[in-house]
Design a protein around this ligand. Structure first.
Ligand code: ZN
Length: 486
């Protein structure tokens, strides 16, 4: 079985993180470990041979510290984790804000009153609060994750905050973007965000950029900042930000959401991994619904964004243990969380041994994220919603395939549509008639393209069309149409 050793214990295991030990029970594995690493034996066990109480033993996700489990048999793929129960008293870590910059910072009486809650914390104190005031943070995305990150960093007393976001506030944003209100609908998100945090801290310098980051502007956007926070929602921007931060050596606090689950980690901190070390490639377009397509439970961005802001403050003040080289994954539906290791990859094209990406300008992010149509790929033919309505009215022989998830169909459905999930299309292609047109529908017209390409790959030869813009684009027609569309 593989035994994973927590970083704090590795010194007793010849600095090994993972050790393969023969044995199918915890008891046998521990005996062998003691034989091979006598120093570790002394740390793990007391003089009476009992496991010391600050050590916890997990197999996969479950706690098997209690000796009564130690005879239970496990398989070769099960993994043992040895972790100390208390992670406190972390090694001294330097702040990312220099002593010179801290010393140049001063407080007036009002500020001392305002930041009193931090000044009382031994680890932060006056020195830490000065570092927070001296800090310059850039946040990409003023939406769901950006809202708590921006608010908490402003409330914590950050000196300079730059907010980069190209979008305007939409009604659907208010479900989880707590920075914005109904009065902000139609305004740039950055303007709305700036108004809110100016009311929290008048001394805060807020810089707003109502722009979409690209290879041409990303380096200017992050230049001179101490830490970058990625609160965006698409792969193209995430790779762009990740690469630019890795190349320029700026720590990146990363957070992501999907439905009920969120993750947080820190990239590019000292010798830690970068975004590409962890995620070398994005999923194919349409394969994984985006946060916008997949939905998110309202408080989740608050949970994840607050943890991100907390990590930013720990980087700035140099306290505690940070999520560099580790990724926190939280499932808010079942309240399950775990921290997984994230390792630097020697083969990484940005920070590995033989890097191939030195400048973001030389890399094609659109192509990498599959946003371009490749030359040898036959383009998917689209059909406009009006045209589809006409063909239904005329009683044309067509097949409509809805590839959306059941809960999406519950919001608005096409009664004439046959439902086939993308994963079953290849297997169920016999249900389609290759002599008549088949029209594929989804929410935004992206997954339907994936559906058509999937069937092509599976050898289906009949004519296929994609409903352009999906159900979203067809809404007005669908709603105003007299037929039983809804
Ligand atoms: Zn890397």
């Amino acid at each position: 079985m593989n035994v994973y050793v927590a970083a704090t214990l590795r010194g007793f295991f010849e600095r090994n993180e993972v050790i393969n030990i023969e044995g199918n029970t915890i008891g046998r594995v521990l005996d062998r470990l003691r034989d091979e690493y006598p120093d570790a034996g002394k740390v793990l066990f007391d003089d009476n041979g009992n496991l010391r109480r600050f050590i916890k033993i997990y197999v996969n996700d479950d706690n098997f510290t209690d000796q009564k489990h130690w005879d239970r048999e496990f398989g070769e793929t099960d993994e043992i984790y040895l972790i100390p129960a208390i992670a406190g008293g972390a090694a001294k870590r330097d702040s990312i804000i220099s002593d010179e910059r801290r010393k140049e910072t001063a407080f007036d009486d009002k500020e001392i009153e305002k930041w009193g809650n931090h000044l009382l914390l031994r680890e932060i104190g006056v020195k830490g609060q000065k570092r927070i005031k001296a800090s310059r943070v850039v946040i990409f995305g003023a939406g769901a994750l950006g809202s708590p990150v921006i608010q908490y960093l402003a409330a914590a007393g950050a000196g300079t905050i730059k907010i980069v976001d190209p979008k305007e506030v939409k009604p659907a944003d208010l479900q989880n973007q707590v920075l914005h209100t109904e009065r902000d609908i139609g305004r740039p998100r950055v303007a709305s965000a700036k108004d809110k945090i100016r009311n929290i801290n008048r001394k805060l310098e807020v810089i707003t950029e109502n722009t979409d980051p690209d290879a041409g502007n990303i380096e200017d956007l992050i230049d001179g900042f101490d830490v970058v926070v990625d609160c965006t929602d698409n792969y193209r921007t995430r790779y762009l930000i990740g690469d630019a931060c890795a190349i320029t050596g700026i720590p990146l606090v990363f957070g992501a959401l999907y439905q009920y689950e969120g993750m947080v980690t820190i990239f590019n901190y000292e010798d830690g991994p970068c975004y590409r070390c962890q995620f070398p490639e994005p999923p194919a377009p349409g394969l994984v619904p985006t946060c916008a397509e997949g939905g998110t439970i309202s408080p989740l961005p608050g949970i994840i964004g607050s943890i991100m802001a907390n990590e930013v403050l720990k980087l700035i003040t140099g306290i505690g243990a940070i999520l560099s080289g580790r990724m926190l994954v939280i499932d808010s539906l079942y309240l399950h969380s775990r921290i997984v290791r994230v390792e630097r990859d020697d083969e990484c094209p940005v920070c590995g041994k033989d890097p191939t990406i030195y400048e973001v300008e030389d890399f094609d992010y659109e192509d990498f994220c599959g946003l371009k149509e490749s030359d040898d790929e036959v383009p998917v033919e689209g059909i406009a919603a009006e045209e589809l309505a006409k063909r239904i009215d005329n009683g044309d022989p067509i097949t409509i395939i809805d590839v959306r998830e059941p809960h999406e169909r519950a919001i608005n459905r096409f009664p004439d549509a046959k439902v086939i999930p993308i994963g079953q299309l290849a297997r169920r292609q016999k249900e389609l008639d290759p002599d008549i047109d088949t029209i594929f529908i989804c929410k935004e017209g992206k997954r339907s393209i994936l559906a058509i390409n999937t069937l092509r790959e599976a050898g289906y030869k009949g004519p296929m069309y994609n409903l352009k813009g999906g159900i979203e684009a067809a809404k007005d027609i669908v709603l105003s149409h007299e037929g039983a569309w809804l």
